[in-house]
Ligand binder design. Structure first.
Ligand code: SF4
Length: 271
């Protein structure tokens, strides 16, 4: 962490959404932020410092996912399943938690996280699901819809959201609500009514107990289309907020990806 800190400008300007460079270095070490999230980092300092030479950001993510994996494996799968909305199975002494992330099925086994019967090698999927399991959230939905900015230390994500997430969805489906509806359904979304008066409201499961509500207002003669993404305020109990922000970003990335009839797999969460 000190090695990372040495690479930062040390001005504590807060532009990265974290109040101090030291706090930011801790987050980078824990793979909660990328070193490039500091807008003032110089190109020569972009490489992660390490005690070993040639350690990459991906190595850092892998290290964090390995640490979280230890905690997740130690949990009582039956109890955790009930708490996080997973499906528990025990066959011949093998315990499994089945759950979906962004509509894609995963299995948590005592050997680690599996997808399609193979050990999962995507560090970020592992980080998110292991964190979700080890926290054992077990908090009912509050029914309070909040934006990402409601949660602490999300300032930098909020700006990125308006620009690259909500505007991206609005632009992609500007004048085509029908296309949006079809696309939402394909991603496992369920049209719903809710707290917002919008032309279209759809609920998605980021993880079993973490719903995301997409609200869409179609373009008219005066205004461009707009979109807002809401989370239930209970989300904080289930997952680290940095990981949650990343998960929502991945949702938007997949949601706005060009979709064709033949590539349904590509709109699911893939490494
Ligand atoms: S944006 Fe960079 S310089 Fe500013 S507090 Fe964050 S890490 Fe430090």
């Amino acid at each position: 962490m000190i090695d990372i800190y040495k690479k930062l400008p040390k001005t504590n300007c807060g532009k990265c959404g974290v109040p101090t460079c030291m706090a930011f270095a801790v987050k980078v070490k824990n793979a909660q932020r990328k070193i490039s999230d500091c807008p003032y980092i110089s190109p020569e300092n972009m490489e992660l410092p390490s005690l070993k030479p040639n350690v990459t950001q991906e190595d850092n993510y892998e290290r964090v996912s390995s640490e979280l994996e230890v905690d997740a494996k130690r949990t009582n799968f039956k109890e955790v399943s009930a708490a996080i909305g997973g499906h528990f199975e025990a066959n011949n002494g093998c315990e499994i938690i089945r759950l979906k992330m962004l509509n894609k099925p995963y299995e948590m086994r005592k050997e680690g996280l599996f997808e399609n019967g193979e050990y999962c090698h995507d560090s970020w999927s592992k980080i998110i699901i292991y964190d979700y399991i080890r926290r054992k959230g077990d908090k009912p939905l509050t029914g309070e819809w909040v934006t990402l900015g409601h949660f602490p230390n999300t300032a930098s994500h909020v700006k990125a959201f308006q620009r690259s997430a909500e505007e991206k969805v609005a632009t992609a489906f500007n004048d085509d609500r029908d296309k949006l509806k079809v696309h939402s359904k394909e991603l496992g979304g369920i049209e719903t009514s809710g707290k917002m008066k919008a032309d279209f409201v759809c609920r998605f499961e980021l993880l079993p107990r973490i719903p995301l509500y997409l609200c869409f207002w179609e373009a008219d003669e005066e205004f461009q289309a707009s979109c807002k993404l809401f989370l239930d305020s209970s989300a904080e109990a289930y997952i680290d907020i940095e990981y949650l922000a990343y998960l929502v970003e991945r949702f938007v990335e997949k949601f706005t990806m060009e979709k064709t009839r033949d590539n349904t797999d590509s709109i699911l969460l893939t490494p």
